[in-house]
Design a protein around this ligand. Structure first.
Ligand code: MN
Length: 202
């Protein structure tokens, strides 16, 4: 079955004032839809069309040569955004707790040190891309990727990611990517991040 854009589980305006309604509408309804349409077109008629997108992205080397770039970019766009909507929630933000918090503190020194590293990775990502908190098999790490590349293609489990493409923030924050990331912490759904951490082996 072809991929589709999952409906948001909250209103387009629910992340205001941090993430504005106009951005959410065009980002979810237009940008994400375009990635879905293009990855569906690329995989149509192949055995990969019915696979979970994470499995496709984890096995890009097996995608036929003439389709690989389209799948990497647009399948990545679909997978990344599907996660991104779930990593945000109204009335969220704050700080993680439990095992996830303990792992963040021991890996990065403190929650604030983690936030600094994650923000710096996003601010310094030249052009379009993402900053991520990943589980790399042995523990937590912060990485950035270009374009719509997903850490799962490098064997790492994405636990949290922020979209630093201009389309994610330009309507409200213009060129001020650091301000967007500062505001974005107010909508991070740490309960969802903790689920991913547990699933990745904690
Ligand atoms: Mn985006």
């Amino acid at each position: 079955m072809a991929y589709s854009v999952p409906p948001l589980t909250y209103d387009y305006s629910a992340l205001e004032p941090h993430i504005d309604e106009a951005t959410m509408r065009v980002h979810h309804d237009k940008h994400h839809q375009a990635y879905v349409d293009k990855v569906n077109a690329a995989l149509e008629g192949t055995d990969w069309a019915d696979k979970p997108i994470e499995e496709v992205l984890a096995n890009l080397g097996q995608i036929p040569d003439d389709k690989r770039t389209a799948v990497r970019n647009n399948g990545g766009g679909h997978g990344n955004h599907t996660l991104f909507w779930e990593w945000m929630a109204p009335g969220a933000g704050g700080e993680p707790d439990g095992d996830l918090r303990a792992a963040i503190d021991s890996t990065f020194g403190s929650f604030d040190d983690f936030k600094d590293k994650f923000k710096t990775a996003g601010v310094n990502q030249f052009g379009s891309g993402w900053s991520w908190l990943v589980h790399d098999g042995s523990g937590l790490a912060v990485v950035s990727t270009a374009n719509q590349d997903n850490p799962v293609s490098d064997g790492k489990a994405p636990l949290l990611g922020v979209d630093v493409w201009e389309h994610a923030y330009y309507l409200k924050y213009q060129n001020k990517r650091p301000d967007y990331i500062d505001a974005w912490w107010n909508v991070v759904n740490w309960a969802k991040v903790a689920e991913g951490f547990a699933a990745a082996g904690g």
